[in-house]
Design a protein around this ligand. Structure first.
Ligand SMILES: Cc1cc2nc3c(=O)[nH]c(=O)nc-3n(C[C@H](O)[C@H](O)[C@H](O)COP(=O)(O)O)c2cc1C
Length: 231
């Protein structure tokens, strides 16, 4: 078998792997804001995301200070209300998707010690709308005219943003929960009709010892996701 250390670019792959392996969805942040220059660095790295025809359909609103607090309060106020997202959420999760969804929920609830307690798990879910205490939020939108491929490009953008942040020591979490309050968010960001809400990303410095940050999610074996076609 080939030695991975001998592959071309092996050392930059080591760096990439360490960023990939150390990234996780942070669910407890420290309140200190990040320097604007650091946020700009993450944003300029994320701009390198590839997109179909180089359309670069993403637009991003970044909140800090009072801007973050205004959204946090609005989300918490709307938490008990009706949900409506620009992009419909899956109606059900079946089979292996149901299992994986359940497993990652359990990991979180066991980690924070609310397994089986419905009230406590509802309180933990509410943390989404508190932005897990993050000092900053990025809200990613796509252009309506680009349809599903615009959404795909924005998904890639979200991943680059998360990895760029991690590479700079910044913790983050993608949050679809936030775009389920689309009426509020569209008003707060003064979005025009041609923009479609894709996802929120809370980010900042991690609260390293918080139990919500103490677990890591597994990944499927490549044998179960790859079909080799050699002939
Ligand atoms: C598009 C997207 C939306 C997500 N929405 C939420 C969310 O609303 N709330 C949440 O707690 N986690 C959310 N997550 C985080 C996933 O649960 C997490 O990425 C997954 O369980 C894998 O764990 P890891 O990120 O720690 O590797 C989201 C992730 C993605 C990519």
């Amino acid at each position: 078998m080939s030695d991975p250390a001998q592959f071309p670019g092996a050392s930059s792959c080591d760096t990439f792997e360490s960023v990939l392996n150390s990234r996780y969805s942070c669910r407890a942040f420290r309140p200190e804001p990040l320097e604007r220059a650091l946020i700009e660095r993450i944003l300029s790295l994320a701009q390198r995301t590839p997109s179909w025809c180089n359309a670069q359909p993403w637009q991003v609103a970044i909140t800090s200070g009072a801007g973050t607090e205004r959204l946090r309060e609005g989300f918490l106020e709307g938490a008990g209300g009706a949900r409506r997202s620009d992009l419909p959420f899956p109606e059900t999760y079946v089979g292996v998707y149901k299992e994986r969804r359940r497993a990652c929920g359990l990991q979180l609830y066991e980690s924070v010690g609310v397994g089986g307690d419905r009230q406590a798990s509802a309180k933990q879910s509410l943390e989404n709308y508190r932005l897990f205490g993050a000092p900053h939020l990025a809200v990613v939108t796509t252009d309506r005219s680009l349809g599903v491929y615009g959404v795909l490009d924005c998904g890639a953008y979200v991943t680059t943003f998360l990895l760029a942040a991690r590479s700079l020591g910044v913790a983050a979490i993608a949050q679809a929960a936030l775009v389920s309050q689309s009426d509020f968010l569209r008003r707060a960001l003064r979005l025009q009709d041609d923009r479609v809400l894709v996802c929120g990303i809370s980010f900042g410095l991690e609260e390293e010892t918080h139990p919500a940050n103490a677990f890591r999610t597994p990944r499927e074996e490549i044998a179960n996701v790859v079909q080799w076609m050699d002939a």
